[in-house]
Design a binder for this molecule. Sequence first.
Ligand code: HEC
Length: 142
Amino acid sequence: MKKLSTALLLALLCSTAFAGPGEDRQKSFKKVLLSFEPIGVMLRDGPFRKDQFIKHADDLKAAAAVPFTLFKPNSIDDVSRAKPEIWSQPAKFKAEQDKFLAAVSALQAGARSDDLATVRIKYAAVTQSCKSCHDSFRGPKR
Ligand code: HEC
């Protein structure tokens, strides 16, 4: 009994200490979502607080490129939703990233303006870019 619980404890420790590539990517994308979500809430439900909006847009910009450093070949594990097309169509995957990062930069720049209509258009472009990449390169929930 004592042996078993030690083994269990070790297994638990290891599973948290060595997260797999799928989990690492998902955590990284969740950071992206963490700054992106309040931007959407502010635009949909208000009130629009420019200083806060700028901070979220800056955080989004800082987080946006990080997940794409975590796509090593052969890194689809049992939690990952990454599709094999990420590696078999690298130019298309890169184009989706570039479009996304450009849209995030445009939103960050737009956040400094007082033109809410334009900010909404830039926000919509980012949303569209998340969806476009997910449609091609993210598989169903596991
Ligand atoms: C260039 C492609 C690409 C773009 C752009 C992109 N994602 Fe993803 N996203 C992925 C892939 C691929 C995964 C699956 C990673 C894995 O599980 O290994 C993922 C996973 C996620 C996850 C992890 C949770 C889950 O269930 O998969 C969240 C949250 C997420 N994306 C949100 C976003 C948001 C929000 C945006 C836009 C602001 C965005 N993503 C833009 C490709 C992209």
